[in-house]
Write a protein that binds this ligand. Structure first.
Ligand code: NAD
Ligand code: ZN
Length: 545
């Protein structure tokens, strides 16, 4: 189960960089802060600001002890502030109190470098480093001998920096920091910052502390829809003690993904006095996530966005990856932005009130994730599908987290649409066509995708990619989840293929298709003969009569 306190404590911790002068604490620290969306604090800068003098001046007029007093006060202040990346002075570890503060309140990284390298780096600017005057190399060796055991005693991790650029150091530290987080969290690394994705029963209880740890202190604008709003608004407000929360519920359903609804939300936010430091909380399925995300990304040129997904589809798919948007009369999702949320917090307890048909439809995307990228997930879904349908915990959070992890991985490698992200469209070409052909709303998206995967699987089988046994495993899992694999009756090939431009008007030729080569791996195939697609569709229509 979710260890709330452990998770909370880990997120709230500061990241402190320790080590001798010249190891790159400031430059790597600044980048790291940017990467993690946290403030950057440098204790030397705090000391200078407090004293109104440079460190060299403090040393020469008042001596080292006076500097150490100021430094200790600066560290205490930094630690009392919001979770930050803290670069510290090389001698901060000399005092026992500082070491205790660093050990208790920070994840501490020791930046190391070879003596010769440090000597070269600091020789040029000893004016800024009073303790190194008079033979940098010799003084450094003495400092290192004195401090090394102290650094080692409090460091949670260390990294040699002399062969690395500041970017490489900050990326390595960020990676390690993420890895030592609780296993409940995944991380999306997007171009402009990274964000945690937490899938757990009870995750909503973490909302307030997570906002704290992300440095989001402004007013909360909670957007939901009129079906789940009444069920969860109170709980979310209660999870945000001491914060100003305003809430708004849009009508539930796809028709709310419109510019009219965007405009209604702009009016609400502006009339209420929305400010740059505020946050939009998108509580709901993909509709609310896409709509509220679009609004957050454009109001005041963008304010913080937190996704609180409440459908299976939103938890493992739509809330991850930063796509927001609304529909246009000419088509779905034609207007939108790429706008990463600051946090995705998926509380699997909310799935208990989700209509079962919606719950199951979302699982189609999870099965898809198993097929395209994670054979182990697929096998575990086969073993545990009944327990998953009963929403047993911790099984449900564990499986949904793994399904979310596939999307996290793919979009982290490739935030904007391109090759790798394309495999997420497995089952979607005919799936989308089917949604349109059957009439929107007749089949849920996941149901259409399920049938789309069956058809794509058959194409893969005919092309010698997928085996008969694998196609049958896919079908069996979809069916035992309660998903359809047969076309609804009454469709014709032309009606089905027209929405994807593959009807009779287009003769011969080939099309690009995402196909499984085995369970756990999908590829983009460039030359799937159009005739083969038509043949498979015709067969499936025949079976549906
Ligand atoms: N941004 C992306 O990358 C992305 C990816 C896939 C899909 N989408 C979009 O997602 C949308 C579909 O999302 P969806 O399937 O989540 O549908 P949805 O948001 O319409 O939610 C389905 C229904 O369930 C209700 N509901 C949601 N959570 C509930 C809960 N916990 N308890 C009770 N009722 C609840 C809603 O009110 C709604 O009626 C589409 O608009 C699609 O375009 C976006
Ligand atoms: Zn989909």
């Amino acid at each position: 189960m979710l260890d709330k306190h452990l998770l909370q404590r880990r997120y709230q911790r500061h990241i402190a960089l320790i080590g001798l002068s010249g190891t790159g604490k400031t430059s790597a620290g600044r980048l790291l802060a940017q990467q993690l969306g946290r403030p950057f604090v440098d204790t030397d800068v705090l000391v200078e600001q407090a004293a109104g003098r440079s460190i060299a001046e403090i040393f020469s007029s008042d001596g080292e002890e006076a500097f150490r007093d100021l430094e200790a006060a600066a560290l205490t202040r930094a630690i009392a502030g919001e979770p930050a990346v803290i670069a510290t002075g090389g001698g901060i570890v000399l005092r026992e109190d500082n070491r205790r503060l660093l050990r208790d309140s920070c994840w501490t990284v020791w930046l190391k470098a070879a003596l010769e390298y440090l000597a070269r780096r600091v020789e040029s600017d000893t004016s800024e480093r009073p303790l190194l005057r008079g033979g940098a190399a010799a003084r450094l060796a003495a400092l290192l001998a004195e401090r090394e055991p102290l650094y080692a005693a409090i460091a949670d991790w260390s990294i040699a920096t002399d062969q690395l650029s500041p970017e490489e150091v900050s990326t390595a530290v960020a990676r390690c920091w993420r890895e030592q987080q609780a296993p409940e969290s995944l991380w999306v690394t997007a171009g402009n910052g990274c964000y945690p994705v937490i899938v757990a029963a009870g995750a909503l209880d973490l909302l307030s502390s997570m906002l704290d740890s992300l440095g989001i202190s402004g007013r909360c604008w909670l957007i939901s829809d009129d079906q789940l709003g009444p069920l969860y608004t109170e709980q979310v407000v209660a999870a945000l003690p001491g914060r100003r929360v305003s809430s708004f519920a849009v009508p539930s359903g796809e028709q709310s993904k419109s510019l009219e609804q965007v405009s209604v939300l702009y009016d609400w936010l502006l009339a209420g006095g929305v400010e740059r430091g505020d946050v939009v909380l998108a509580l709901g399925g993909g509709v609310v996530g896409d709509l509220a995300g679009f609004v957050a990304s454009t109001i005041l040129r963008g304010i913080a966005l937190v996704q609180l997904p409440t459908t299976t589809l939103a938890m493992i798919d739509s809330s991850i990856g930063g796509k927001t948007g609304v529909n246009h009369p000419r088509g779905k999702n034609l207007i939108g932005t790429f706008y990463p949320p600051r946090l995705v917090l998926a509380d699997t307890r909310t799935l208990r009130t989700l209509p079962p048909r919606e719950y199951v439809a979302g699982l189609a995307e999870g099965i898809k994730h198993g097929i395209i990228a994670d054979a182990g997930l697929f096998a575990d879904l086969e073993d545990s599908i009944q327990a998953l349908l009963r929403l047993e915990e911790p099984l449900t959070s564990n499986l949904l987290r793994r399904a979310a992890a596939v999307k996290v991985d793919i979009v982290s490698a490739d935030e904007r649409e391109s090759h790798r992200r394309m495999v997420l469209n497995y089952g979607h070409t005919l799936g989308h066509a089917l949604e349109v052909a059957a009439g929107y709303g007749t089949l849920l998206h996941g149901e259409a995708i399920s049938i789309g995967m069956e058809l794509a699987g058959r194409i893969a089988l005919r092309l010698g990619l997928f085996s008969q046994a694998e196609l049958e495993r896919q079908r069996a899992l979809l069916r035992s989840a309660g998903l359809p694999t047969r076309l609804p009756a009454g469709l014709t090939a032309d009606v089905l293929l027209a929405p994807v431009g593959l009807d009779k008007k287009r003769q011969g030729g080939s099309v690009r298709w995402v196909l499984p080569e085995r369970i756990g791996s999908a590829v983009v195939v460039d030359h799937v003969p159009l005739d083969l697609v038509r043949e498979i569709v015709a067969e499936a229509i025949e079976e549906s009569r």
